[in-house]
Design a protein around this ligand. Sequence first.
Ligand code: PKZ
Length: 133
Amino acid sequence: MRFHTRKWVKPEDLNANGTLFGGKLLAWIDEEAALYSIVQLESKKVVTKYMSEINFMSTAVKGDIVEIGIEVIKFGTTSISLNCEVRNKMNHESIVTVDNIIMVNLDDKGNPKPHGKTKVEFVKDRLAKQEKE
Ligand SMILES: CCCCCCCCCCCCCCCC(=O)SCCNC(=O)CCNC(=O)[C@H](O)C(C)(C)COP(=O)(O)OP(=O)(O)OC[C@H]1O[C@@H](n2cnc3c(N)ncnc32)[C@H](O)[C@@H]1OP(=O)(O)O
């Protein structure tokens, strides 16, 4: 799994117990899944369709640095299925895992649209290919 994004836990991210608010963490995960899908599918019209069970394993406190990892489980026809883990950057303790996030590529009318992708691509490879052409 690649951990692309780091977040710093700030006072405004805390719940009444002084630990990282779960809703904030889910917003970070949703944004990360959307960004990852937009890059992979080369489409700006991507929505979250489904999130599986969310397992909170440990917490984070003010000042902690957390990192968000995403990996592709499957490229579907209009969808992409992702797996996500958020962990403490310094000790790699797992904070939350989401086994299955389904993101769907949409057309201009908001209907599912085939994305044509079958494997993970890297932007640097796409750019190198464009340069050769
Ligand atoms: C110039 C300015 C540019 C700005 C540029 C900025 C861009 C920055 C944008 C950021 C964007 C952020 C986005 C954040 C993420 C949200 O917050 S998105 C908001 C929350 N989500 C929504 O509102 C979605 C609401 N749902 C829907 O609109 C409809 O359900 C959908 C998504 C169109 C799907 O419709 P549907 O009839 O269920 O479609 P269906 O054909 O049955 O299924 C489609 C695919 O999903 C799969 N699927 C459906 N249900 C399930 C399920 N329960 N389990 C597994 N798979 C499922 C199907 O298997 C199918 O996959 P494929 O086999 O085709 O691969």
